[in-house]
Write a protein that binds this ligand. Structure first.
Ligand SMILES: Cc1cc2nc3c(=O)[nH]c(=O)nc-3n(C[C@H](O)[C@H](O)[C@H](O)COP(=O)(O)OP(=O)(O)OC[C@H]3O[C@@H](n4cnc5c(N)ncnc54)[C@H](O)[C@@H]3O)c2cc1C
Ligand code: FES
Length: 337
């Protein structure tokens, strides 16, 4: 096991023997830049200040002889032979991330309940998608305008993209997903997009407000926080209509296994057997916190929920610049097609 220090940021992490530096950085939640992850594109270039690295398959094509002489390395392909000190610009904001258009294979369609499907897309082997936890992609199909769906898995597993798709009654694209899309079929995606992502430089406690499939990007952010060893308090609230709309048990498991994570499901249309919280999710949060002054709030889901949270939380002390959201507006009108 070796220690890697990035002198550009002061970030430090350890990597296992045989692990590439890039994988080590990603597994520790650091936003090292990358493209092909295969030694070709040169996007992951870093400068080696101290220590020794090795390329299992010889010098990669993405580095010239001059760059090698100048101590440039490709973290996607090299392994540490000692503790390392390197310099690399880490991605801290969406501005640093390339938006790509990629063909993907649908590797799994799993119906999680009557109107939500988990769709897993496999990125082509030679490519990878770099994104920040919480961002979304556009799915592109020749018969429809692009449709936005949030990425529901954390970036450390970026060879696949998990989406939670809610069936919209009369909706063209979501009906296509539920009734026609097959496993192994090809789709095109464009992304990552959006500025709804986890602010990792902050140490403020967080309130995550998910409405319906707004749970998807919340899942990505919490999984990323867990993966990167964050100890920030995370209060996850998930508002849905009835118990069957809680389509994953994962947040209860997070709360059981992590002292810093709590989970509160909230039903707006519960049946008599429900013993948990009821009403609108933002009202339950208002009841649970005396003040929201010190919190970062991440809200995602139906536009009405996001609007209500923004308006009422501000009156309870939440600072505007501590409120981050993705409102699931339907960006493209069916009449435009
Ligand atoms: C940034 C962003 C991220 C998103 N992430 C997700 C996600 O992770 N999971 C997810 O399930 N959805 C997500 N959405 C919403 C999703 O994009 C729409 O539900 C989808 O485009 C509907 O496509 P459609 O062709 O089935 O419906 P359309 O044929 O476009 O619409 C048919 C009619 O249904 C109604 N409608 C459409 N969408 C919605 C909606 N979302 N809510 C209520 N009524 C609607 C409208 O009346 C519309 O005219 C996201 C939206 C945005 C903007
Ligand atoms: S990511 Fe392309 S060379 Fe490293």
């Amino acid at each position: 096991m070796f220690t890697i220090e990035n002198q550009a940021t002061g970030n430090c992490f350890t990597i296992q023997e045989g692990e590439t530096i890039l994988n080590g950085a990603m597994n520790n939640g650091f936003g090292f830049p990358y493209g092909c992850r295969n030694g070709f594109c040169g996007k992951c270039k870093a400068t080696l200040i101290e220590g020794e690295v090795d390329y299992a398959e010889g010098n990669p094509p993405g580095l010239t002889a001059e760059e090698i002489a100048d101590n440039m390395i490709l973290p996607c392909k090299c392994q540490a032979k000692s503790n390392l000190s390197i310099v690399v610009t880490e991605l801290e904001s969406v501005a640093d991330i390339e938006v790509k258009t990629l063909p993907c294979k649908v590797s799994q369609i799993e119906h999680l309940n009557a109107d939500v499907a988990k769709v897993v897309l496999k990125i082509p082997g030679s490519e990878s998608l770099q994104y920040l936890a919480g961002q979304y992609i556009d799915l592109i199909h020749p018969d429809f305008e692009p449709r936005a769906f949030s990425i529901a898995n954390a970036p450390h597993n970026s060879g696949v993209i998990e989406l939670h798709v809610r069936l919209i009654s009369g909706g063209k694209f979501t009906n296509f997903v539920f009734n026609e899309m097959q496993e192994k079929s090809l789709v095109k995606m464009e992304g990552p997009k959006g500025s709804f992502y986890l602010r990792e430089s902050s140490d403020k406690p967080m309130i995550m407000v998910a409405g319906g499939t707004g749970f998807g990007p919340v899942k990505a952010m919490v999984e990323h926080a867990i993966e990167s060893g964050s100890k920030r308090d995370i209060h996850v609230y998930w508002g849905v209509r009835s118990e069957q709309d809680l389509y994953m048990t994962l947040p209860s498991e997070w709360a059981k296994t992590h002292d810093n994570i709590s989970f509160t499901p909230v039903l707006s249309l519960p049946d008599e057997s429900w013993e948990g919280r009821t009403g609108y999710v933002h009202e339950v949060i208002l009841a649970d916190f005396d003040t929201l002054t010190n919190y970062e709030v991440y809200a995602c889901g139906p536009p009405e929920m996001v609007r209500s949270a923004a308006n009422t939380f501000a009156k309870k002390g939440m600072f505007e610049n501590n409120f981050f959201n993705d409102s699931f507006d339907f960006a493209y009108q069916a009449s435009n097609e």
